[in-house]
Write a protein of this length. Structure first.
Length: 475
């Protein structure tokens, strides 16, 4: 063994045997760590992760419903899901840990199960129960497969890319093939699937994705730190394309709840600045963007949004829609009075309402009427616990990373804020839409739980690097 010179002794860095894999990211401000296996500094090398990313796209686009109906006859999505699970179980380490968030997910799933088991009509309930079961399984798949912050960002990027493709295809069908909806006295953009393709559902899907896209944009330097230089501007260009499609698509849906939620997001985005001057600057920018969008909107879209603060200008259909939300809440409360414990059963709102309440074949159009009417007090309590823990998880993540230096901590902290904002937008949309069993709730739960896990690993890494720097300074 050779003899080290005095210079080598001064510059040699001690390596702790238990050093966190995140320690290497403290100084270079990137989010790649020693656990990541990537090609060209950007492409993950794990098959299971790619299969999960493709499933995200498959679940949102749902090609078997309209684009390629033949896929429905062979149950392509189920075959793919089983193959994905098999690959995950073969290639991944089983490392699931009991956490408050996972416990809350299981409790809410138990409430949905009880609601289906004691439903007024079991058939529609068990169909909804099966769909929700797939979401719960995918929640645990996300928790199992995603191992590093970079892999979490990769899945979020797959999500935003899919939403971008979805919006582009919807607008292509709108302008080129005339696929659109004519309701409430206006022409409305629709999606190309039967599950999330309605104007209000499409607008909600877009708005809830805005915080994640904004997160990718403000953290682009940390995300792309080791990417080859040609890919970095393409990443930014893709996010700009998303923003243009998102703004135009929400306007084209003529969804009042969607447009209001977009304004709420603009307000939330202005609060992300660390100083008052930055918040004021961001607020001025948000007002300018909203003003430009208002000037670009058609008269029909302006009139539809104007009915929010001027009900007298609303058409008969629009006024009926607003009253329908109140009537839907009242119908849900009547169901709750009759079935207080577990409700009439998920998926039973319309058939029970038609036969036993007011004869109206409409959903509640608000989450309060839906959760009380369909799942009763058990569902209301467990859903409240689920949301409360989701909020607490993101807040705890931010507390752990407070005043922590480095790109890794900044990225995870920013992602926790994005989860909080997406949750607030989901809850806000719940005032106007029955979104209790949407996939966004469980995806956000998985994302926020992973962010907390990564934050816990990130803090010891900072302490180890600080100790290493102090050791080098002393030598």
């Amino acid at each position: 063994m050779g003899i080290l010179t005095a210079r080598q002794l001064r510059t040699r860095r001690p390596i702790a045997r238990s050093a966190s894999p995140y320690a290497s990211t403290v100084e270079d401000r990137g989010i790649l760590c020693s656990e990541d296996r990537v090609a060209s500094g950007m492409w993950p090398g794990r098959l299971a992760l790619w299969m999960v990313g493709f499933y995200v796209a498959l679940y949102i686009i749902r090609p078997w419903e309209v684009l390629v109906p033949v896929l429905a006859t062979i149950h392509f999505e189920r075959i793919y899901a089983l193959c994905m699970i098999a690959v995950i179980l073969y290639t991944s380490r089983i490392r699931l840990q009991v956490s408050p968030q996972s416990t809350a997910v299981l409790l809410f799933f138990l409430a949905v199960t009880l609601s289906a088991a004691f439903a007024w009509d079991p058939l529609p309930s068990w169909e909804r129960w099966y769909s929700f079961l797939t979401l719960v399984i995918f929640y645990f798949i996300l928790r199992l497969v995603i191992r590093t912050p970079y892999e979490l960002v990769f899945i979020v990027t797959c999500y935003i890319t899919t939403v971008t493709v979805y919006m582009a295809k919807a607008q292509w069908e709108f302008f080129v093939h005339g696929r659109r909806d004519h309701t409430m006295g206006v022409v409305r953009l629709v999606g190309f699937d039967s599950t999330f393709g309605g104007p209000n559902a499409l607008a909600m899907s877009i708005v809830v994705s805005l915080p994640m896209a904004y997160f990718l944009f403000i953290q682009r330097k940390n995300i792309c730190a080791r990417w080859p230089s040609p890919w970095r501007p393409m990443f930014v260009a893709g996010l700009i394309l998303y923003a243009l499609l998102a703004a135009s698509s929400v306007i084209l849906t003529n969804s009042r709840s969607g447009m209001l939620s977009a304004v709420v997001f603009a307000g939330l985005a202005t609060l992300r600045g660390k100083s008052l001057s930055r918040k004021l600057l961001a607020g001025a920018g948000a007002v300018a963007v909203l003003a430009i969008l208002w000037m670009l909107m058609s008269d029909g879209s302006k009139n539809r949004l104007r009915t929010v603060w001027d009900p007298q200008s609303a058409s008969a259909d629009t006024a009926a829609s607003s009253m329908g939300r109140i009537e839907g809440l009242q119908a849900g409360l009547r169901m709750f009075e009759t079935f207080p414990l577990t409700g009439v059963g998920v998926g039973n709102f319309i058939p029970y309402r038609v036969g036993n309440v007011d004869g109206v074949s409409l959903d509640p159009h608000n989450i309060v009427g839906q959760v009380l009417g369909e799942t009763g007090i058990v569902g209301a309590i467990t859903f409240t616990i689920f949301v409360a823990i989701l909020v607490a998880t993101s807040m705890r993540t931010r507390r752990l990373l407070r005043k922590q230096p480095g790109g890794m901590a900044a990225t995870i902290d920013s992602f926790a804020v994005a989860c909080q904002n997406a949750l607030l937008l989901l809850l806000f949309e719940g005032l106007f839409f029955h979104n209790l069993l949407r996939f966004n709730w469980l995806w956000l739960a998985a994302f926020s739980g992973l962010a907390l896990e990564f934050a816990g690993r990130c803090v010891p890494a900072r302490r180890q690097m600080a100790a290493a720097r102090l050791t080098r300074a002393r030598t």
